[in-house]
Design a protein around this ligand. Structure first.
Ligand SMILES: Cc1cc2nc3c(=O)[nH]c(=O)nc-3n(C[C@H](O)[C@H](O)[C@H](O)COP(=O)(O)O)c2cc1C
Length: 207
């Protein structure tokens, strides 16, 4: 289902949930079509502030973000150069980022949950983006090695995902192939496939 919200002026694809969830969660989706509107630094700061307030083990906050607004041509090209060919559409976004995890809590103290915590920070940002009329798309399809090279990321930090953010446009403006991806109905595995009670594989009546 693709909706045009006259309230926000944003194209939306609310999740067809089986049970009620928060509006902001249902409205988050991974857009590929962006308008040419840039993102003001103050708006960007709100996104990053949302990431900053994610929970983390021992409040270790093992997250970093390399950021480039489209206006910062050299930085934007550098981050764009790390994207896989299939994610070239992301270069139309107003902002590109690379989310980086700090893999240890100091010398010899590996942080086993660093990637998890970085994910929480990213999701905070994605939901904040919805509230600001923006859309954020995370991408595993990028070269971490290239990111390490072009952004001079030290060894103990791991580039984990690339991110594009912008004001969502009508997916009908995309190429046929991308449009098909963005207009395919949104689906999820049923609860019965992902929740068990007591023992693995045992249904407990919540599914
Ligand atoms: C860690 C991660 C990596 C992803 N990698 C890509 C990617 O490389 N290219 C892409 O188009 N989408 C990518 N996605 C977006 C997923 O395809 C998308 O979240 C999923 O299909 C569910 O759609 P939704 O976010 O619109 O609900 C990625 C998402 C996550 C969380």
């Amino acid at each position: 289902m693709l909706l045009y919200s006259y309230n926000t002026g944003v194209f939306e694809r609310p999740a067809p949930t089986d049970h009620p969830i928060l509006d902001m969660l249902a409205r988050r989706w991974s857009t590929r079509a962006y308008t040419t509107q840039s993102i003001e630094p103050e708006t960007l700061r709100s996104l990053l502030e949302a990431a900053r307030w994610a929970p983390s083990s021992g409040n270790g906050q093992p997250w970093h973000f390399l950021i480039a607004r489209r206006e910062d041509t050299a930085a934007f090209e550098a981050l764009g150069s790390t994207l896989a060919g299939g994610n070239a559409w992301a270069k139309q976004a107003a902002v590109l980022m690379i989310a980086v995890a700090s893999l240890d809590r100091g010398a010899g103290k590996p942080n086993a949950t660093a990637l998890f915590e970085l994910g929480l920070a990213c999701e905070n940002m994605a939901v904040q983006a919805v509230g600001l009329g923006l859309s954020m798309h995370m991408m595993g399809g990028f070269s971490a090695d290239k990111a390490r090279e072009v952004c001079e990321i030290p060894e103990r930090f791991q580039p984990v995902v690339a991110i594009s953010i912008g004001y969502p446009a009508d997916p009908n403006t995309l190429s046929e192939e991308l449009r098909a991806k963005d207009l395919t109905p949104r689906t999820r595995k049923p609860l019965s496939e992902i929740i068990f009670t007591g023992k693995w594989g045992q249904a407990g009546g919540l599914e």
